[in-house]
Write a protein that binds this ligand. Structure first.
Ligand code: NAD
Ligand code: ZN
Length: 350
C-alpha cells in the first residue's frame, strides 16, 4: 500500500493507493455514521455494492444516489439532486458524502458536500485514471453552467482519497488516454526523472505511477491551494486545449485537447528558444506512444486563438501561458503577442 499525504494544516489528509483496496478496506467510521454514496450509472453497476458493503462492515449506514453519466449531466440540478437525497436520508453535519467515480462524479459530490448544511464530510473514491491522478486530489469541486464549464464550485478538501487501481480494468481505452495526457503533463512540468521513466516503460500505468502523480499534485496544491500562483502550472496545455475541445464541440476529448495543447505550447517554447527542438520531440514522441495527438486538423488557427480568449483563466485581457523551459520545468509567460501565439498554433495545425 502507498500513502501520499496532502499537507494542508488542519485539513491535511491521506491518499491511499492499493490494488484491491475496495475488496478489503475498512475506513474508520464514527459509530453509525450516515453516508451517501454517489456514483454514475456505469460505475454504480460495477462497484456500488462493493463499496456499500465495505462501509456497512466499517459500522457506517450507507445510502446511495445514482447520477446520469457524462459531462452534460455535470449541472447545478445534479448537485441539487445529491443535496436532496442527502436530506431525504437524514444526513447531518457529521455525515459523509462519498464520490465514487470519475471526475464528473467527484466534482459534483464534492460540491454537494461543500454546500449541504454548509459543509459535511467528503470521501473520494476515484475510478477513472483522470480522477485518480488529477481531479480527486486538490479539493476543486463544482459543476458546469450552460454559459461555460466549471463556472460554479468551491475549494473543498476530502477527508481521504481511496484509490484501487484494479478498477481501471473496466475503464474504456479512450478514458484511459485522458488520464495519460495528465500523467505526461506532470513529467513535463515538474519531474524529469518521472518523464524519463515513462519513456522507458512506454507510458505504462502502474500503481506507482498513479501514486507518484498524486504526490506531485499534492506538492503543488499544498504550496498554493487556491491557485494564486504556482498551481497554475497544472494548466500546462490546457489554455490551448480547452479552446480546441470547445471548437470541436467536445468531439475531441479533454485528453486529446490537452495533448494537442501541449504540442502547441512545446512548439512555442522551441520557436522562442526557451528549450530546444530535441526536447519538443521527446515530449511529442511520448504523447504518440500513449496514443495521443500533438497536432490538429480542421480548425482555423485564428479561431483557436479567439477561443483561448474566452477561457476564464486569462488575466486582465492577456493570456497567461504555461511554457516548458526544459523537460521537468515550466514557467508562466504573460507578454507574448497574439501574432507570436498564432505562429505557434499554425505550426501545429494541418
Ligand atoms: N476537480 C479537479 O481538480 C478536476 C481536474 C481535472 C478534471 N476535472 C473534471 O473531471 C471531469 C472529467 O473526469 P473523467 O474523465 O473521469 O470523466 P467522467 O467522470 O465522466 O468518467 C468518464 C467515463 O468513465 C466511466 N467510468 C469511470 N470509472 C470507470 C471504471 N472504473 N470502469 C468503467 N467505467 C468507468 C464513467 O461512467 C464515465 O462514463 C471533468 O468534468 C473535469 O472538469 C476536475
Ligand atoms: Zn486536465
Amino acid at each position: 500500500m502507498t500513502k501520499v499525504r496532502m499537507e494542508l494544516g488542519d485539513r491535511s489528509y491521506d491518499i491511499v493507493i492499493r490494488p484491491g483496496v475496495l475488496d478489503s478496506m475498512k475506513p474508520h467510521m464514527r459509530e453509525a455514521r450516515k453516508c451517501l454514496v454517489v456514483a454514475d450509472r456505469n460505475v454504480a453497476a460495477r462497484y456500488l455494492d462493493k463499496v456499500t458493503a465495505r462501509l456497512t462492515e466499517s459500522g457506517a449506514v450507507p445510502f446511495t444516489h445514482i447520477l446520469a453519466p457524462g459531462e452534460k449531466h455535470k449541472t447545478f440540478a445534479a448537485v441539487e439532486g445529491i443535496c436532496r437525497a442527502a436530506a431525504q436520508a437524514g444526513l447531518e453535519r457529521k455525515s459523509l458524502i462519498v464520490g465514487l467515480g470519475g471526475g464528473v462524479t467527484g466534482d459534483l459530490a464534492g460540491f454537494a458536500a461543500a454546500i449541504y448544511m454548509r459543509g459535511i464530510g467528503f470521501l473520494q473514491i476515484p475510478t477513472s485514471l483522470l480522477a485518480m491522478v488529477d481531479s480527486s486530489v486538490g479539493g476543486k469541486t463544482g459543476a458546469d453552467l450552460p454559459e461555460g464549464k466549471n463556472l460554479i464550485g468551491a475549494f473543498y478538501q476530502p477527508e481521504m482519497v481511496i484509490i484501487d487501481p484494479n478498477v481501471l480494468n473496466t475503464l474504456p481505452v479512450g478514458e484511459k488516454r485522458n488520464g495519460l495526457a495528465e500523467i505526461i503533463k506532470y513529467g513535463v512540468i515538474m519531474d524529469y526523472t518521472f518523464f524519463a521513466d515513462l519513456e522507458a516503460s512506454k507510458a505504462n500505468v502502474t500503481p506507482d505511477v498513479i501514486a507518484h502523480c498524486c504526490r506531485l499534485k499534492a506538492e503543488v496544491v499544498s504550496a498554493d491551494e487556491t491557485e494564486q500562483g504556482r498551481r497554475a502550472i497544472l494548466n500546462y496545455g490546457h489554455t490551448f486545449g480547452h479552446a480546441i475541445e470547445l471548437l470541436s464541440g467536445f468531439k475531441l476529448s479533454h485528453g486529446e485537447g490537452v495533448a494537442i495543447g501541449m504540442g502547441m505550447a512545446a512548439a512555442m517554447s522551441t520557436r522562442n528558444n526557451l528549450w530546444n527542438k530535441e526536447e519538443e520531440k521527446r515530449q511529442n514522441d511520448l504523447l504518440l506512444t500513449a496514443g495521443l495527438p500533438f497536432r490538429v486538423g480542421g480548425f482555423k488557427p485564428e479561431d483557436i486563438l479567439a477561443a483561448m480568449y474566452h477561457d476564464k483563466k486569462k488575466a486582465h485581457g492577456k493570456l497567461t501561458l504555461v511554457l516548458p523551459v526544459e523537460i521537468g520545468r515550466v514557467e508562466l509567460f504573460k507578454d507574448f503577442s497574439d501574432e507570436e501565439i498564432l505562429k505557434a498554433i499554425r505550426s501545429c495545425c494541418d
